[in-house]
Design a protein around this ligand. Structure first.
Ligand code: SAH
Ligand code: SF4
Ligand code: F3S
Length: 462
């Protein structure tokens, strides 16, 4: 096998970041990444299983790999479908040599040694056994300005519809000390934005007992060079008021909380085993809304959970009206293997799910159209992400995680990864439009930032 690899990644940000760590591990071992699978000795497929017959899609893709076998090529299936389907993958796709779920990535170096020695049926299937996390000497972050740190892995919540507790193992946190070492190193390398990741990021428990989640947020926000700290995804059960207080007190903590509710009906929430009620959730909303800063709130919703009545669905719509989210990611309930919901009675016909999804998204779009209006005339700091050459606009992101398309001096465009103050001149349901402010008597120099990027180094984390 030649020491070249190609990797394909699906799924959530945790999967994207796992791939960055897997790439780092491979590069550290002398592998070179190639952009075309044809040139690769090792093809890795990092899979997601959250919805919509994901395993069928994986087997379909593996069939395409079949045509590429020979030529000394090796195949690895990793991620959530790998953990879910396990050794069945070898049966359906015998040319695959490695099947590993994310809870076993800490053993990746050892698994690679076996792969390099020619072994063909290597598994890393840690079925909710380990307490260890995946920490690498080198992480190949794809963006030099903002980067992820997974602070907690796995999930112990077992919502009735969800595969994650089965695919990612049990909940386990990294020590605050190790997170801080990594964050400081990132700041030294020039990263200005750090995003904490976890399936339930705010369920974080420092194994050394030194810091709470909110204290860790503040500590990272105070690192010199860090301008923005984000965290996703929060779970309502573990959402404590000190998180809101931390955001209020620490300007570098972004004014955005993604707090998925899933349903506005307490009866459906009970059936989903979310372990909170509509009122419990609304109490958390009231903490966020009482903050001094305008904290943007976003959510995930599921429509058509088994037994969801028209009246239950109506409660989801009234919740939208009350909370006024800045964005909602809504999904039709999708039955998933191994989960309790797969065998629940009163399944909802697909047409009804489709119709409820449409109603929900239409209503939410109207809410955003109206609610984004509050930003008109404001000056917001934007991180530059890209340029839209057709529309001659700069594409930036606000602290609230909104896309801001703005005009700037074409002869003196702000650099990617830089920060600029932008006056909002128009608001649309999904983005803001504005114009970059030039330095002048009313605009402080601190609002402008030009990025400096240093080469990342190998690091031994402790
Ligand atoms: N840990 C987070 C969510 C992680 S999964 C939380 O508890 O909020 C991301 C989103 O996918 C969920 O919020 C949910 O809305 C959606 N999802 C998960 N399983 C699903 C399923 N079986 N059908 C439809 N949507 C699902
Ligand atoms: Fe899935 Fe629930 Fe865990 Fe979120 S909290 S990952 S929805 S089981
Ligand atoms: Fe998918 Fe696994 Fe993430 S199922 S959404 S890749 S945790």
């Amino acid at each position: 096998m030649s020491k070249t690899f190609y990797i394909e990644t699906f799924g959530c940000q945790m999967n994207a970041h796992d791939s960055e760590k897997v790439i780092g591990t491979l590069e550290r071992r002398g592998y070179a990444r190639v952009q075309d699978e044809v040139d690769a000795g090792l093809i890795l497929y990092n899979t997601c299983s959250i919805r919509d017959k994901a395993e069928q899609k994986v087997f379909h893709r593996l069939n395409e790999y079949k045509k590429m076998q020979g030529e000394g090529k090796r195949f690895a299936v990793i991620g959530c479908v790998a953990q879910q389907e396990g050794e069945k993958i070898f049966e359906r796709a015998p040319y695959v040599s490695l099947v590993a779920g994310s809870a076993s990535y800490r053993n990746l170096p050892e698994m690679l040694t076996r792969l390099e020695a020619g072994e063909t049926r290597i598994t890393g299937l840690d079925d909710r056994q380990t307490d260890e996390t995946f920490e690498t000497e080198f992480t190949a972050r794809s963006n030099p300005h903002r980067g992820y740190i997974t602070i907690i892995e796995g999930c112990d919540k077992f919502c009735a519809y969800c595969v994650v507790p089965y695919t990612r193992g049990k909940e386990r946190s990294r020590t605050a000390a190790s997170v801080l070492v990594e964050a400081r190193r990132m700041a030294d390398e020039g990263f200005t934005e750090i995003q904490f990741l976890g399936q339930n990021v705010n369920s974080y428990r420092d194994p050394s007992g030194r810091m709470s989640f909110a204290e860790l947020l503040v500590a990272v926000g105070e690192i010199s060079g860090v301008r923005r700290v984000r965290f996703t995804t929060s779970h309502p059960r573990d959402f404590t008021k000190d998180i809101v207080d931390a955001i209020d007190a620490t300007p570098t903590l972004c004014d955005h909380v993604h707090l998925p509710v899933q349903s506005g009906s307490s009866a459906v929430l009970k059936a989903m085993a979310r372990e909170y009620t509509r009122d419990w959730y609304l109490e958390r909303m009231s903490w966020i809304k009482a903050a001094k800063r305008d904290i943007s709130i976003t959510s995930d919703m599921i429509v058509g959970f088994p037994g969801e009545t028209d009246a239950d669905f109506e409660e989801t719509i009234t919740l939208l009206n009350v909370v006024k989210y800045d964005a909602v990611f809504a999904f039709k309930f999708s039955p998933r293997p191994n989960t309790p919901a797969v065998t629940m009675a009163d399944s909802i016909p697909d047409e009804v799910k489709t119709e409820r999804l449409r109603i929900l998204m239409d209503r939410q779009r109207e809410i955003q159209r109206e609610h984004y209006g509050r930003h008109l005339g404001q000056v917001q700091e934007c991180m530059v992400e890209s340029y839209n050459t057709v529309r001659r606009q700069v594409v930036g992101r606000s602290s609230q995680n909104k896309t801001v398309n703005f005009t700037a001096d074409l002869d003196n465009l702000p650099p990617i990864g830089g920060y600029v103050p932008v006056r909002i001149t128009q608001t649309l349901p999904n983005c803001l439009v504005g114009e970059a402010l030039a330095a002048g008597p009313n605009v402080s120099d601190a609002m402008f930032f030009v990025p400096v990027v240093r080469k990342p180094q190998f690091v031994v984390l402790n």
